[in-house]
Every structure is written in structure tokens, then in C-alpha cells.
Design a protein around this ligand. Sequence first.
Ligand code: SF4
Ligand code: SF4
Length: 260
Amino acid sequence: MNFVKALEYLLPAVDAVHARWTTDRDVLFAKHNAHAESPRVTCTKGCGACCHFPLIPATAGEAFVLLARLLADGQSLEELHGKFSPYARRYLEAARQSGSLPLTDDQQRRFLKEKLPCPLFVSTPEDGPMAGHCGVFEIRPLICDFFHNLESPELCLLKKPHGSFTDVMERGHDALDEIRIAERRIFGRSALGHLPLLLAALMTDAGMKTFLTTANPDLGEENSQDIADFGLYLELISCLGYQWSDGEWTSLAKAQSEVI
Ligand code: SF4
Ligand code: SF4
């Protein structure tokens, strides 16, 4: 499939999911806010620890749509590549040094200390540590919209569990799943992974070619869809020069099943 055709199929599907999600999100938050005793979201403008997380789960299709929008907005591929390529190098180097991908919870906490933001995060020297704002707020992926905190933002800085509205999180994950279903219908497979790495991979010729290559998993075979999905993520990250070991494949499968 070529870039234009892929966008023609994917864009309306992703936009439709976002529109349904946005409506439901507003209803759910309004319901919580109507109760005086209901906890309040503690996320504040400028807080950006979650933009430094070593796992910002998004689908390859979301990354593709985001990239297409950035290009349509006038950003050049060279300029974007110049931001994402060093990020991917540093991230994958940290992964190699810590042993493997995906990063364990402890490794994620250590990684957070590197203060390596999503390349789309914007901050100035006047902003505090890990503070700033999303440079693509209006078109940010689903996870960046539905992830929230009802407790101290300090917990995010330490990458520790914190309270969230369960119904909002569930609806967000369902929306993410709807996007994955659309991607499988269009391309035969749907990778779920770390947003900046997916974007970095799509900015390479090999990564874009891989994404646009449709698969035809034999759904009669056990786990064939999972295998096709994992295969796409493995191939995309390989396009960034990362060499996977067999053990990483198993851990990745486990980690992905825990995200969705
Ligand atoms: S989820 Fe956590 S890090 Fe992200 S904006 Fe909210 S409090 Fe800050
Ligand atoms: S896309 Fe925006 S909100 Fe999401 S991680 Fe990147 S900078 Fe943060």
C-alpha cells in the first residue's frame, strides 16, 4: 500500500474513534465532577513527567497519522528525524545497557531519571524539572489524553502507581483497541509500542515501507494475529538498528498483553 492510500483508509477510522472517545470522556468527567466528594484530577498545565515516561503506549497507525499531520503542517521529515533519531539512539542504548526490551518497572524508573522527554515535548529553561507542554496538544495520541492522576503528581515523577478514574481509563483503552481493530482490518496487523520509537521508525525509509506492507495472518491459527502484531513492532524497532533476542520476544508479548 502507498502512503496516500494508507492515510485515506486510516485517517477517518482514527478520527471516528477519537470523536466517540472525546464525547464519552466529557460525559464521564462531567459525571465525576458533579459529585462534590468525587476526587479531582491533579494534572496541571505544565506538568509533564508522563511525557518523559519510557513507555507511552500508542499504535503504529496512530504514530503514522500523527506523522502525516506534522508533515501536512509544514514540518519537514529531516527536521523531525533530527529530533527523533537521537532520542531513539539514546533510548535503545539505555535498553541495551540495562539488558533488554521491554524495560522492567525498575528499569523504567531508572530511565525516568535520565529526563529524556518525548521529542514532541516543549520546555524552556524557565520551566521546572520535567515541566513544559505538549507541542502537538490538539493532535496528541489517545494515551496522552486519557492518562491522568487523582493523587500527588510526585507519584508520576517516581513512576509509582496512582489513582485514576477506572471508567475513564477503561473507555480510553477500549478506544485504543478500536484503533487496533481498524488497523488490523486495513493492514492485517497492528503494533502497539512506545510512541517516540514508533515515530522514529516511521521516519526511516525501511520503517515506513514495513508499516505499509500489509499482512494476511491465517486467523485459523492460534495466536496468529498476536504474532503478526508483535512481528510488526519487532520489525519497526529493528529498522532503528536494534537487534532482538528470543527472550525479548517473550517479554514483549507479555508486556503488550498487560497494556491492553
Ligand atoms: S499524569 Fe502525572 S505526570 Fe502526567 S500530567 Fe498528570 S500528574 Fe502530571
Ligand atoms: S505527544 Fe505530547 S502529550 Fe504525548 S508524550 Fe509527547 S509531548 Fe507528551
